[in-house]
Design a protein around this ligand. Structure first.
Ligand SMILES: C[S@@+](CC[C@H](N)C(=O)[O-])C[C@H]1O[C@@H](n2cnc3c(N)ncnc32)[C@H](O)[C@@H]1O
Length: 494
């Protein structure tokens, strides 16, 4: 992002720079530099009230009528800062005369935003410092603006490579500590990802580093053409490109998806390619008998349900989509609306206390709540929000939902367990625990149902599917497929 010819910063005509900011005779502050202001507002909301950047940023851009270059700059500043926050914090820690934890939570986002511009953009350093100090005065006041100025001047004394040599641990002695600082991931996440990739510190964590690098790149926007409602050709005609793997996917290289008619009409949607493919895999397994009734047990906000309802309708089947949160169930209802043959139904229900009879479904999807460590490209702040305890806390629900999904499938029916996290305690540990508890589930070789995609097989005997951002260009989605092999006592078909 270059601002060389178009710096949004305007110098005050006379006097010291801090005489600006709307506190003098000139009257109340005029809105200026809207891109940095939006970026700050999103970063502050993420820091102070656990907001989600991918929801708040588009809402603010829309509310403030921003588009074009300002919107692009705001987006780059927001996501760039969130992705690199760990690295910037380590640098800022070296530039303040106290701990970073003691810096006001309103000021911290200003410092991070300044560090990002100085260290990772082509914005000239003087413009980056001036504009950020100006922003700081407006949002946190004159006095703290001076603090921002002093810290950013220290940051600007080195470039990112020079700072790395100062702040990062020695790679040989502490590979995960080094990767954690250089690629801006919490150390526990680096270790968990290395474990999922089968790497050990002694090997230098080469593939883990490729994954971390991919997490910090801007993901491409992928669309899904809902079968029977639109086609990939429609999306290509609207400027998208045919995707590599999914027969329903197209990549949108630039532009706003909402500018595409099929998206506005709900006939297509934004959906990661791996999300499409795990849903597709479930539909490709021979159901060995009836194939009329499908269940999506954790359906909100409805991405996979939208695709499954379309596929079910084309086979003259039906999809029941369950979601425990009523507001999210409403989103699912929008996603399945007008599926072929009106195949989708939605219920607000807790999957662990089924509102349906056991053994009622031919195919069941359990896309369970997880840490989201597989979607860090799109939700960069998750890495700072989740903790090792999050993994522990989610495990009982993940176990119960997979158990309930297995109970919901008829003998001979198919079950898919999906997470948007590659963490082994959310994937392999849950699957193995449930397999160990019951004798009516057989683990299938999931990669056999996605043979158009290379390098998917993972886990014991390669039976799981694990997508990776650095290999497949998708989220790190996990899939285990099972066949239910026998009736349990008291279980019956509707
Ligand atoms: C990973 S998301 C599912 C994503 C969805 N399948 C899609 O493709 O858009 C998990 C969903 O499960 C819901 N959930 C959590 N606990 C649940 C439960 N006990 N029963 C049903 N849904 C639940 C969450 O509210 C969340 O919407």
């Amino acid at each position: 992002m270059s601002e060389q010819s178009r710096s949004p910063y305007r110098r005050p005509r006379r006097g010291k720079p801090n005489q600006g900011g709307g506190q003098g005779k000139a009257g109340p502050p005029q809105p200026r530099d809207p891109a940095r202001r939006v970026a700050y507002d999103v970063l502050a909301a993420v820091e102070q009230r656990d907001a989600y950047a991918n929801l708040l940023l588009p809402a603010l851009l829309n509310e403030r009528g921003m588009s074009g270059r300002d919107a692009a700059l705001a987006t780059e500043l927001t996501y760039g800062t969130l992705r690199r926050q760990g690295t910037y914090d380590a640098i800022l820690e070296a530039c303040v005369d106290r701990t970073l934890a003691s810096v006001d939570r309103e000021v911290l986002p200003v410092l991070r935003l300044g560090a990002h511009q100085l260290l990772s953009t082509k914005i000239p350093p003087h413009a980056a410092v001036s504009a950020t100090v100006d922003l700081g005065r407006r949002v946190v006041g004159h006095h703290r603006g001076r603090f921002v100025n002093a810290v950013l001047r220290k940051v600007s004394a080195r470039d990112l490579d020079e700072w790395t040599t100062v702040i990062a641990p020695d790679r040989e002695r502490d590979p995960s500590g080094y990767l954690s600082v250089v690629h801006s991931h919490p150390r526990w996440v680096v270790k968990a990802l290395a474990r999922a990739l089968g790497e050990h510190s002694s090997t230098g964590l080469v593939e883990t580093e490729r994954l971390l690098v991919a997490h910090n790149e801007r993901p491409r926007v992928t669309l899904v053409a809902k079968p029977g409602r639109s086609t990939v050709a429609d999306l290509v005609a609207a400027g998208a490109e045919e995707a590599r793997f999914s027969p329903f996917a197209a990549y949108l290289p630039e532009g706003d998806p909402a500018g595409i008619r099929e998206i506005r009409q709900g006939r297509a949607a934004v959906q990661d390619e791996a999300s499409q493919l795990v849903a597709l895999a479930l539909t490709r397994v021979d159901a060995q008998g009836d194939d009329r009734l499908w269940l999506d047990m954790c359906a909100g906000p409805g991405g996979k349900a939208g695709l499954l309802a379309s596929l079910a309708g084309r086979r003259e089947g039906r999809l029941l989509a369950a979601e425990t949160l009523p507001a999210r169930a409403g989103l699912v209802a929008s996603a399945v609306r007008r599926a072929p043959r009106d195949a989708g139904r939605v219920v607000a229900a807790d999957g662990t206390r089924p509102a349906w009879r056991p053994g009622a479904f031919d195919r069941v999807l359990a896309d369970v709540p997880c840490t989201g460590l597989g979607a860090l490209r799109r939700r960069p702040e998750s890495r700072w929000r989740r903790t090792p305890q999050s993994v522990v806390d989610l495990a009982p629900l993940q176990h119960d939902l997979l158990t309930s999904a297995a109970d919901a499938a008829r003998p001979g029916g198919v079950v898919a367990y999906v997470t948007c996290s590659p963490h082994l305690d959310e994937t392999d540990a849950i699957v193995q625990r449930v397999l160990g508890e019951r004798d009516d589930l057989t683990l299938l070789r999931a990669a056999d149902y996605l043979d158009e995609v290379p390098d998917l097989a993972a886990g014991p005997d390669g039976k799981y599917v694990q997508f990776w951002p650095h290999v497949h260009g998708t989220d790190a989605m996990f899939l285990a497929l099972f066949r239910r092999t026998g009736a349990r006592p008291g279980v019956y078909r509707v």
